[in-house]
Ligand binder design. Structure first.
Ligand code: FAD
Length: 440
């Protein structure tokens, strides 16, 4: 089951060639030529397909995506806590690809920006004039000893995969007595708040069901902080103290022994030292990294992330290549909210590049993380590249709020399916200005 999460896609390097923008003879079968080719049909890929359809016409846009299903991942936090169903997070990919846009149902195996071509797993060679890379990131459960087999045992769940999110809810319901442990890996992650949101929800669930006195709750994180932005970190420290939650900083999960129900952590500040905890419930946030196809690719930096300009989202070497979302090396937190703000900027950048003009709009790094703190409350963190709060509402958003919970649970899914994926939502920037009477 979880093994299927660990899909690996092939990758390779493209040979050098002078930029040629039209179809030629290929060794693979010709997959056609598109004015705009989008790689990945997740949040960023579908959003940009919709925006590009409006710009250049549906018949000139194609999106490469192997999966039959598209997921609204942010709701998995609530699925793991039993507050939403996994079904509500899924729609067929066919229903979200904008009508008229070509869906190439395969995975990308090689990106060759010197030839303006892409090769897919089923041997198609597709050429493009403009390329948008939106391949997301890859989960690496297998980097923790004992995984993915450990998922065959009860008491372990992970909200990060559709295959394992319901196991979190099962582990919560089955909880009797002991440690409930929540982990954060030693790699970049998507939605850096999600590993602790499920801890707050679990705490709330245990209180609701009378189990809380028998639960010892631990948040073992590789990070040296509870959250990267001080304003919200201060609020979260107060929260964990008031709810009797134990935070162990610089603890990285390296092994799980499910027969003994033991989780082993390395202490990152004391090299070579490990500590094992027994658990009654374990929520795992896996190590993450760039998709296989991008590692060592010409469009990627040394770490494998798409190497783009942080202001314009245009590739640093290939001016007809762009990136959006989790697969990029933008120095901001990887979220769907960030994808929304990036999509508006990228739309503008591509318009300018198509007209051979200089891109003029700059992405400020806007990202957002609704920190769910119970079944009723959310702290809505919003910030920029500098880790400075960039709040939409004229209230102190570091305070727990019921309205923000409804926004997260009820409003955001609609905004995602009907606004973002249709290329109609570019983040709250314009509303922030209005809310703050033009002062922000
Ligand atoms: C538990 C959880 C909670 C979250 N909570 C929030 C939240 O509260 N707020 C928020 O804003 N964000 C949240 N996020 C993060 C958000 O879902 C992601 O940041 C967002 O989906 C990124 O969009 P993307 O397009 O970059 O990647 P994705 O949406 O992951 O899409 C990548 C796509 O690329 C495809 N792909 C991969 N490899 C290939 C290949 N070789 N060829 C072709 N296609 C390929 C994949 O199949 C996938 O469809 C959460 C995520 C999780 C898991």
């Amino acid at each position: 089951m979880a093994v299927s999460v660990l899909r690996a896609w092939g990758h390779g390097r493209g040979a050098f060639d002078v930029a040629q923008l039209h179809v030629r003879n290929y060794s693979g079968s010709s997959g056609g030529h598109y004015k705009v080719l989008v790689l990945g049909g997740g949040s960023g890929g579908i959003t940009m397909s919709a925006r590009m359809k409006r710009k250049v016409g549906a018949e000139n846009v194609a999106v490469v995506e192997p999966s039959e299903s598209h997921y609204y991942q942010p709701i998995w936090t609530l699925v793991g806590a039993g507050a939403k169903t996994v079904k509500s997070s899924r729609r067929p990919t066919a229903s979200v690809v904008p009508s008229g846009v070509k869906w190439i149902k395969s995975s990308v195996q090689e990106v060759n920006p010197d030839k303006n071509t892409v090769r897919t797993a089923d041997g198609q060679e597709i050429s493009y004039q403009f390329l948008i890379v939106a391949l997301g990131l890859q989960l690496h459960y297998e980097k923790i000893k004992g995984f993915p087999e450990a998922f065959e045992h009860p008491k372990i769940g992970s909200n990060y995969s559709v295959e394992t999110v319901e196991k979190t809810w099962k582990a919560l319901q089955d909880f009797k007595e002991g440690n409930a442990i929540f982990t954060f890996p030693n790699t970049p992650v998507k939605c850096a708040g999600a590993p602790q949101k499920i801890m707050y929800l679990s705490d709330a669930y245990f209180r609701k069901t009378g189990k809380r006195p028998r639960a010892n709750i631990l948040y073992n994180t590789s990070l040296p902080v509870i959250f990267g932005v001080k304003k919200y970190a201060d609020a979260l420290w107060k929260l964990v103290k008031s709810r009797d939650l134990n935070v162990n900083l610089r603890h990285n999960l390296i092994e799980v022994r499910p027969e003994k129900r033991e989780a082993v952590f390395e202490k990152l500040d004391s090299p070579g030292e490990t500590v094992a905890y027994e658990y009654e419930m374990l929520h795992v946030t896996p190590p993450m990294g760039p998709p296989e196809v991008l590692k060592g690719s010409l469009v990627s930096d040394a770490d494998g992330w798409v190497d783009i300009d942080k202001n314009t989202l245009q590739h640093k070497t290939y001016p007809n290549v762009f990136g959006i979302g989790d697969c990029t090396n933008l120095p901001t937190s990887k979220t769907a909210a960030a994808v929304a703000a990036q999509s508006a900027i990228l739309d503008r950048t591509i318009s300018k590049v198509m007209k051979k003009e200089k891109p003029d709009k700059k992405y400020d790094g806007y990202t957002s993380c609704p920190l769910v703190t119970s079944y009723k409350t959310v702290i809505l963190a919003e910030f920029d590249y500098n880790g400075e709060p960039l709040e939409t509402f004229p209230v102190d958003q570091s305070k727990e709020s019921r309205i923000m919970y409804h926004m997260k649970a009820d409003l955001m899914p609609h905004l995602y399916w009907h606004g973002l994926l249709r290329g109609l939502w570019g983040g709250p920037g314009p509303y922030r200005k209005i809310m703050h009477l033009g002062m922000k």
